[in-house]
Design a protein around this ligand. Structure first.
Ligand code: GRF
Length: 212
């Protein structure tokens, strides 16, 4: 898996899909601005007009687009427009950072091994919505976050990076969410960096990670 097949001087362009707060987008922006991440955020796209992620992106003059699902007849038409924008912006890696829509096999196959997602649990435990709450309610002693490639399943693709955090009996759900989020903000930019430097190799469901 290698994105820059024809030149070493080209910067990876990423597209971030986000539906809400955008704190993970912010951590990517911060890493780019601190020269820790040698990539370009070519587009931030949301399905939510009021997403804070769009506000954050505009502040840095990053191209943004709001795509309202209600304006398209079906998911395929929606995703076709999404692909048109991403292609126009020459995006080669799509980062799902709190994007609340499930992408269809059509989209996932179009961007085979080019979509990554951040999830707030140690997958395969607690996939789906409210992962932190699921873990908290279950009473686990350790939780964490995962960056993984997106395949056709729900939070099932090959795992790139994970970070564990302890859970104490005195924690509130909010404590746990904060502790996990802090780690999300580290491993998502780290995974993008690894991808941008062609340090990830997928074999079956395993991702081999070379040191950077
Ligand atoms: C994060 O917890 C992420 O793991 C999950 O959605 C949340 C997005 O938060 N997929 P933010 O919008 O990046 O602040």
């Amino acid at each position: 898996m290698s994105w820059k097949k024809w030149s070493d001087n080209i910067m990876l362009k990423i597209g971030v899909l986000a539906s809400g707060r955008g704190s993970n987008l912010q951590s990517i922006i911060n890493n780019v601005n601190n020269d820790n991440l040698d990539i370009e955020i070519a587009a931030v796209i949301s399905d939510n007009r009021d997403a804070q992620a769009l506000v954050r992106a505009r502040k840095y003059d990053i191209y943004t687009s709001f795509l309202s699902p209600g304006e398209y007849t079906d998911k395929k038409e929606y995703e076709q427009v999404l692909i048109e924008i991403l292609e126009k912006k020459e995006v080669e890696l799509i980062v799902l950072a709190g994007f609340m829509r499930i992408l269809s096999p059509y989209f996932v196959n179009h961007y085979y091994q080019q979509i990554i997602n951040i999830h707030p649990s140690l997958l395969p435990a607690f996939p789906g919505l409210d992962a932190q709450k699921q873990a908290f309610t279950y009473g686990v002693k350790v939780s964490g976050c995962t960056v993984h490639f997106v395949d056709q399943g729900m939070d099932t693709g090959p795992i790139i990076l994970q970070k564990a955090v302890p859970v104490s009996v005195d924690d509130t759900l909010e404590d746990l969410k904060k502790r996990i989020l802090k780690e999300e903000h580290k491993i998502l930019p780290q995974a993008i960096k690894l991808y941008s430097k062609n340090k990830l190799t997928i074999q079956g469901n395993k991702v081999f990670v070379e040191d950077v």
